[in-house]
Design a binder for this molecule. Structure first.
Ligand SMILES: [Fe+2]
Length: 274
């Protein structure tokens, strides 16, 4: 039977990614991006489901997750880097590709627009304040789902030592360098930490910690707490009262503050490594 809707789009994505194989397999970093896309798609589905979205909206959320990094593949082939600053904005590139292949042609215009908008906004530092609610919730969803997977990828890679083999993903940071006082100050004052200011893996991990305050979905808090992210971050960073306080505060924040998008049944999220 001919595939339609989401399965057809999944097929397109598989075939599109396969065109970037070199020899029998994808380059290592593109394989990571492909795996990331699948996990982010699942994260989107989980967050949307546990926030009480309709079946159709859950499927749209899944597609946003699957397609959000479509631009990464041609970016890497052309520039051999994932640095947008020195290559191309991968979100803009992704939209160009989705449009040029007419990937979403079977979906109604409203769903198409939501997916395009959410993909195009997923890597913005800050979301525009004027976003309409339907777009804002998909934009927040993909940003949460993306972060949840980045927590996993970075912390797992630290734990198993593979972080040293992924300089592209850690921005060629000094893996053994000290934590910079500026980064710590930003964390204490709950100010955004810019990629440009981080110098070491310690700084990157503090940046991850600061992201906890940006999570918009209660279901994200649940996933991050289940995955023990604040504890894992604490165990990586150097000793110090300020770090202790920062990690505890982030955990407390998730347990006590209400999120922008509540979960309908926050305790029902299946135990999964976020
Ligand atoms: Fe991305």
């Amino acid at each position: 039977m001919k595939k339609k809707g989401a399965p057809l789009i999944e097929c397109w994505f598989e075939r599109y990614v396969a065109t970037f194989a070199e020899g029998a397999s994808l380059p290592f970093l593109l394989q990571l991006k492909y795996d990331h896309s699948l996990r982010v798609a699942e994260n989107c589905r989980t967050l949307a489901h546990h926030s009480g979205w309709s079946d159709e909206d859950v499927e749209t959320a899944y597609l946003v997750g699957l397609l959000h990094d479509t631009g990464r593949f041609s970016q890497f082939r052309e520039y051999r880097t994932f640095f947008d600053r020195v290559s191309v904005d991968h979100a803009v590139r992704g939209i160009e590709i989705l449009r040029s292949f007419n990937v979403l042609h079977e979906l109604p215009a409203a769903r198409r627009r939501l997916i395009h908008e959410a993909v195009s906004l997923h890597n913005r530092k800050i979301l525009p304040a004027t976003l309409k609610p339907p777009i804002a919730r998909y934009a927040c969803l993909i940003r949460d789902a993306d972060k949840i997977d980045i927590f996993k990828v970075v912390l797992d890679a630290i734990d198993d030592g593979s972080i040293a083999r992924m300089p592209e993903l850690t921005f060629h940071l000094d893996l053994k360098g000290p934590l910079s006082p500026d980064t710590l100050t930003c964390l204490r004052e709950r100010k955004a930490i810019a990629y440009e200011q981080i110098r070491s893996l310690n700084d990157l991990v503090v940046l991850l910690l600061s992201w906890i305050y940006e999570l918009a979905f209660e279901a994200s808090h649940e996933l991050i707490l289940r995955a023990q992210v604040p504890d894992r971050i604490r165990s990586f960073l150097p000793p110090g009262d300020e770090i202790d306080t920062g990690c505890r505060a982030a955990g407390e924040w998730m347990r006590t503050r209400s999120a922008v998008y509540p979960a309908v049944c926050p305790k029902m999220i299946p135990g999964q490594g976020a």
